[in-house]
Structures are given as structure tokens and as C-alpha cells.
Design a binder for this molecule. Structure first.
Ligand SMILES: Cc1cc2nc3c(=O)[nH]c(=O)nc-3n(C[C@H](O)[C@H](O)[C@H](O)COP(=O)(O)OP(=O)(O)OC[C@H]3O[C@@H](n4cnc5c(N)ncnc54)[C@H](O)[C@@H]3O)c2cc1C
Length: 381
């Protein structure tokens, strides 16, 4: 095997995994199909456990300089006829808002520092074959690259997962969303805001450089939507005015959940969305992938150090089993949380919505409930 570890996929999960392995002294190779990173950002929120992993990877400092610290989330509603605050949550430590591409840039730069040339772009893996001493990746064009370990971090539609025959349990959910980034003309500054409105939720989050991301729930997928459509719906539901001319990103999406039956087959690991795709509503997908890397990278490094003939100890299979169970359990929990968030975001007749919001308002006067909800939203419980 040419490398200690081959990572397929240079997204946030694969890059983070590779950085942690390179930091542990392993010879790593990352294969990424794209030749250029998309600036069309998906994830924007990094929860405190994700920041802990990025700190270990040596990139948290740079990201803190660029990002917006979200310390507070406010839920509002106009369902009762005038705008009322429903609840207010404190995030301590804060959530960091920074576009996914900026995080990927930082991880890529860190990898280049630790292992120059480790990232190979424009290489598409087609399938993986397990061997006694590791695994071999077959690539488009016929190249073959072997590693004592293989990490499949090739995203939700993972070709490697399919080639290895790992069963996946998934479902498509009925919720649809429209999302866009606009110049921030609100007075909400670094706050996350949820508008719980009869027509469906409108969420808004601060981004660096005076930009705000808007996400709104729709009953059916938007067909050929425009920035003007998004601005109109936001104004109808919340009264906030967005300038369509300032829109820098617009995306309509529906939601799929997929959970792999296993994350480890011998010396092959699945990580990130290849192992678990959860709804973006809740913003936990990217952090889940980093936590996979944090859980598995030390075990891979220990096994490589000990050598393929030996085992670092008799409890080794148990350690792997515990890590895999913990990661699959965390993915199930994130999926449940996201489903709850989506349910809360569906529209309701105004009277029902007002009554539900009044009940929330009363509940969230109990301080521990607010603390527990904030902890759950930010992956700290
Ligand atoms: C609209 C939206 C909003 C989101 N918001 C948030 C948020 O706020 N917070 C959050 O934590 N998460 C969020 N997510 C989820 C987050 O974007 C994903 O969980 C995250 O990108 C998964 O990272 P990954 O590295 O596992 O996979 P990906 O990001 O999909 O990366 C996989 C990489 O593998 C490469 N690849 C694929 N196939 C191959 C192949 N055969 N050979 C070589 N390379 C290959 C791809 O080019 C890609 O670079 C959001 C998702 C969406 C859709």
C-alpha cells in the first residue's frame, strides 16, 4: 500500500480527517473529483463541538477572525396581529457563522502546510476494494491508489459506499425550502432570528461582510424561483424588506435523510454525509462529519503506528465498536432534532399558530428549558 491512509472526498469531513491524520504523522492522500471549490455555500453554522475539532486541526483561530459569533437566537411572530417575541435563547459558547467554502479553504491550507501535495484534485474515485492489508481505490481513467486505511468522505451520494455494498436507510421528507443570501438591512446584527408565521417559518442568520442568509419553508418545492420571489415571501410573512438586487446566492432544496448501516468495514471507514445525511434544518451536518474525524482519526493513527501485524491492545475491537456506535447514535439524534425543527417550521392557521406561540412563550420563561434547548440546538447535549 502506497499510503497510510487514502481519503476520498475533499469536502469538510474528508479534509478535516486528512488534517488530523497528517498531524498524527501519517502519510495521507486525498482524492477530490472537483478541480475547483464551489462558492455556493451550503453550511454556514459551526456549533461549539465542531469548533473544538477545528481547533484541534489548527484552523479555528483563522475562522474566528472571519466569522460572526452568534450568541443569541430570537423567535418572533406576527401570528397574533402584531410582532411579538416568542422566545430568546443564549448560545454560550457562541455558534460561529462562516460560509462552508471558507472552512474548506482553511482546512485545505492547513493540509498543504502539513502534507504538501497530499490533496489531488480532479481525481474521481469509482470504487473501493477491500484487501487484507488495507484497501484500494480505483479511479476514473484507470489509476489505482492503495492505503492501509481508506476513508470514504465522498458525500451523500457516496460512490464508494455503494461499491462496498453498505446498506443505507433513507427517506425523502415532504418539506421544501428556499434559501438566499442578501445584504443585511435588518437591525438584528449578529442574532439568529426565527419568524414563526402562519405561512411557514422564515429563518435568518448573520454572515460575514454584512450579509444575511434567509431560509423559508414552503409546502411544495419552488419551481424556477427568483430572488424577487424570496424577497416577496419574506415581506409577506415577516414585514422585512430584502433588496433582490443584493442577492448573491439563491437555492431551493428538499430534504433527504440517509443513514448507513455501518461506518466501518475492516480498514475502510465512512465519514460525513457518506455515512449520514441529515436535514440542513438544524445545521448539524458539517459538524457531525468533523466529530466522525475526531472519533476515528486517533484509532486509525494508533493502528498504523502499531503496524498491520499487531493490535494496540485487547480492547481494540471494543474501542472501534464503541466509536462506531457513538457516531451512528449522534447521527440519529441530529436527524431527530432536524425533524423536530422542520415540524416547528411548518405553517399553521393563524389562530393555532398564535396559541402555540403563546404556549412556547410561557414555557421559555422557565430558564432551564431555554438552557436545555440552546444546548440541544448547538449539539452540546
Ligand atoms: C442548503 C444546506 C444548508 C446546510 N447548512 C448547514 C449548516 O449550517 N451547518 C452544518 O453543519 N451543515 C449544514 N449543511 C450540511 C453540510 O453542507 C454537509 O453536511 C457537509 O457538506 C458534508 O460534508 P462532507 O465532506 O461529508 O460531504 P460534501 O461536502 O458533499 O463533500 C464531499 C466531497 O467529495 C467529493 N466527491 C464526491 N464523489 C467523489 C468521488 N467519487 N471521487 C472523489 N471525490 C468525490 C465532492 O466533490 C465533495 O468535494 C447544509 C446542507 C445544505 C444542502
Amino acid at each position: 500500500m502506497e499510503h497510510d491512509a487514502v481519503v476520498v472526498g475533499g469536502g469538510p469531513a474528508g479534509l478535516c480527517f486528512a488534517v488530523l491524520l497528517a498531524q498524527a504523522g501519517l502519510d495521507v492522500r486525498v482524492l477530490e473529483a472537483r478541480t475547483e471549490r464551489t462558492r455556493h455555500s451550503r453550511a454556514i453554522g459551526i456549533h461549539p463541538p465542531g469548533l473544538r475539532v477545528l481547533d484541534r486541526a489548527g484552523v479555528a483561530g483563522a475562522l474566528f477572525e472571519q466569522g460572526v459569533r452568534i450568541r443569541e437566537g430570537v423567535a418572533r411572530s406576527r401570528a397574533s396581529g402584531r410582532t411579538r417575541e416568542v422566545a430568546r435563547l443564549c448560545f454560550d459558547p457562541p455558534v460561529l457563522a462562516v460560509p462552508q467554502w471558507a472552512v474548506e479553504d482553511a482546512l485545505e491550507a492547513r493540509l498543504a502546510e502539513l502534507a504538501p501535495g497530499a490533496l489531488r484534485q480532479g481525481v474521481r474515485a469509482v470504487r473501493a476494494e477491500r484487501k487484507e492489508d488495507g484497501a484500494v481505490v480505483r479511479c476514473e481513467g484507470g489509476a489505482r491508489i492503495g492505503g492501509r486505511w481508506l476513508v470514504a468522505a465522498d458525500g451523500a451520494r457516496s460512490a464508494l459506499r455503494a461499491s462496498l455494498g453498505v446498506p443505507v436507510y433513507g427517506t425523502s421528507l415532504k418539506d421544501a425550502y428556499l434559501m438566499g443570501d442578501f445584504t443585511d438591512a435588518t437591525e438584528d446584527g449578529p442574532r439568529a432570528v426565527l419568524h414563526l408565521e402562519p405561512g411557514g417559518i422564515v429563518e435568518s442568520f448573520p454572515l460575514p461582510a454584512g450579509v444575511r442568509r434567509w431560509v423559508l419553508h414552503l409546502d411544495a418545492p419552488a419551481v424556477d424561483p427568483s430572488a424577487r420571489d424570496l424577497a416577496r415571501i419574506v415581506e409577506e410573512r415577516t414585514g422585512s424588506r430584502l433588496d433582490p438586487a443584493t442577492c448573491t446566492m439563491l437555492s431551493a432544496f428538499t430534504v433527504t435523510e440517509r443513514l448507513a448501516a455501518r461506518m466501518r468495514l475492516g480498514r475502510v471507514l465512512l465519514a460525513g454525509d457518506a455515512a449520514h445525511e441529515v436535514s440542513p434544518i438544524g445545521g448539524q451536518g458539517m459538524t457531525l462529519g468533523w466529530l466522525d474525524a475526531e472519533a476515528f482519526a486517533p484509532l486509525v493513527a494508533a493502528e498504523v503506528r502499531v503496524g498491520s501485524g499487531g493490535r494496540p491492545g485487547s480492547t481494540w475491537p471494543e474501542l472501534w465498536g464503541a466509536a462506531e456506535r457513538e457516531r451512528l447514535g449522534a447521527a440519529r439524534l441530529a436527524a431527530r432534532q432536524a425533524r423536530l425543527n422542520m415540524a416547528l417550521g411548518r405553517g399553521l392557521p393563524a389562530g393555532l399558530m398564535a396559541a402555540r406561540n403563546a404556549a412556547f412563550s410561557a414555557l421559555y420563561r422557565v430558564p432551564w428549558l431555554g438552557e436545555r434547548t440552546a444546548a440541544r440546538f448547538t449539539m452540546q447535549s
